[in-house]
Write a protein that binds this ligand. Sequence first.
Ligand SMILES: [Ca+2]
Ligand SMILES: [Ca+2]
Ligand SMILES: [Ca+2]
Length: 266
Amino acid sequence: MKKLIVVILVLLFSVVGLKAQLIEQAKPIVNAEVVFNEENGIVAVEGEHFYKQTNTEIRQWFITSKGKVPEVKPDPDGEHIDGASGNAYIEILPDTRTTHSCKLYKFEEANEETFKLVNFTDLPGKVAVLHYKVKINKSGRYYVWVRIFSTGSEDNGVHVGLDGAWPENGKRMQWCEGKNSWTWESKQRTEKEHCGVPKQIFLDIPKAGIHDIQFSMREDGFEIDKFILANDINYVPQGKGPACKLYKSQLLRAFEKVLKADTSGH
Ligand SMILES: [Ca+2]
Ligand SMILES: [Ca+2]
Ligand SMILES: [Ca+2]
């Protein structure tokens, strides 16, 4: 009997421990006071620096950093921390649709029974919405670039929006090239062009000042390292992209550096 009680207690504590970790990795690590600044037509923001996430009933974004991989299953393609800017990235989990043959559950067709199973939506702003604060000094059109890691055909689409709205040119960001590596892209998927049309993903910001940038799920398993808003239509990010500039407040926490696999023989 004593043994049974011990077993039950151990089980209970491990469940509580797991839940605590889940909540921790889905929680923002910056507060709403943290505002990123536009300088010379560029705003760069780490994916992991969202100040809140909403519409989290079906899916959530989880932060992965060194040694801290979210225990959310399924996530068959594992972690991709090596090469991530700021030593961290975020992912929408669980990832139940990994190949075209996996059952598709669209938010727009969901009923009471299938609501929790939703793994795709063409409707922006409905599932797993991330929020970031940016200060724009020069109003105008900003092209949106996102650095992502895709390993298949069902983890390479997302929606972007501004100040609670989801304009046409923020819908269906799409990646085809650069599988299995961190890749910058700014393309919009259309009926004619499934791999996306360049220079068609942008946000028109009519007034200088502080704005909210949002991303929401199109496909589960989607991974964001960093995003950039660029005023110049011809801008193309390189490597990990430019440094993130703060307008207000400060970042309190840095993630532990990821060292490349030790091949030095030490
Ligand atoms: Ca994954
Ligand atoms: Ca997926
Ligand atoms: Ca990052």
